[in-house]
Write a protein that binds this ligand. Structure first.
Ligand code: PXP
Length: 252
């Protein structure tokens, strides 16, 4: 097994800390530069409708800084006309469409592409026409993967949250079953011509089995890395994650 897995570092929670005080620091763009220097391939940021962490100004700053450095911004956004206008304006290299509910603490499930196809497909088309590569954040469900492949999206990001929660809580059998579904989902998506990404809830312990899924080309990781940065610094946290991803893909 080889093919290097790209690492996208999600810097949302740098903005969460900043916003707790309503001041200008810590700056997500500074965190993004450190993450890139420590082994991240790109930066992911979720502009939520309620602006609870990343702000419109953050997106403008990140887009400009990353363009200058030739590194991709992956903009996570809800499927709304407000977010579409922002994405069309900044033209990030990558857009990941996610479901969003105001009352949720984080992105708790995947997009329902199977039922929302007629609504999602035009968004995908407009974003693609504007030069962004579009990913759909979905569960490893055969119906959702099949529906995603009919929207024109080039990528699916499989939701790993349930696997990571089960593994962390010691529910070994449940974790193994969810991992099996993720492997099958990755195989199905790749067979339909989709690039496969994965993300949500990944930490040092859960990263290896996910990175070892052969079809996975990119991982997006945020909360754990920003938390770990409190103890070891962001560069060390990203560097350690990078090493673990590479080790999971090393030839046997
Ligand atoms: N991928 C997507 C689509 C997400 O919405 C999130 C959370 O914003 C992540 C990855 C990263 O998840 P975590 O912060 O739990 O690592």
């Amino acid at each position: 097994m080889s093919r290097r897995v790209r690492l996208g570092v999600n810097i949302d929670h740098v903005a969460t800390i900043r916003n707790a005080r309503g001041v200008s620091y810590p700056d997500p763009s500074r965190a993004a530069i450190i993450a890139l220097e420590a082994g991240a391939d790109g930066i992911t940021a979720h502009l939520r409708e309620d602006r609870r962490h990343i702000s419109d100004a953050d997106i403008a700053n990140l887009a400009a800084m990353l363009r200058e450095r030739g590194r991709p911004l992956n903009l996570e956004m809800a499927v709304t006309s407000e977010m579409l206008a922002i994405a069309l304006k900044h033209r990030p290299p990558a857009v990941c469409l996610v479901p969003e509910r105001r009352e949720e603490r984080t992105t708790e499930g995947g997009l329902d592409v199977a039922h929302g196809h007629n609504w999602i497909a035009p968004f995908v088309q407009k974003l693609r026409d504007n030069g962004s590569r579009v990913s759909l954040f979905i569960g490893a469900d055969p119906l959702q993967i099949e529906a995603a492949s009919r929207t024109g999206a080039e990528v699916v990001e499989l939701h790993t949250g349930a696997y990571c929660d089960a593994a962390r809580d010691g529910h070994t059998d449940q974790a193994a079953a969810i991992l099996e579904a993720l492997v099958a989902g990755a195989q199905q998506a790749a067979s339909l011509g989709l690039e496969v990404h994965a993300g949500h809830g990944i930490d040092y312990e859960t990263v290896a089995p996910i990175a070892a899924i052969q079809q996975v080309a990119e991982l997006n990781i945020g909360h754990f890395l920003i938390g770990e940065a409190i103890f070891t610094g962001l560069a060390d946290a990203v560097g350690e994650m990078r090493r673990r991803i590479d080790a999971a893909r090393a030839p046997d």
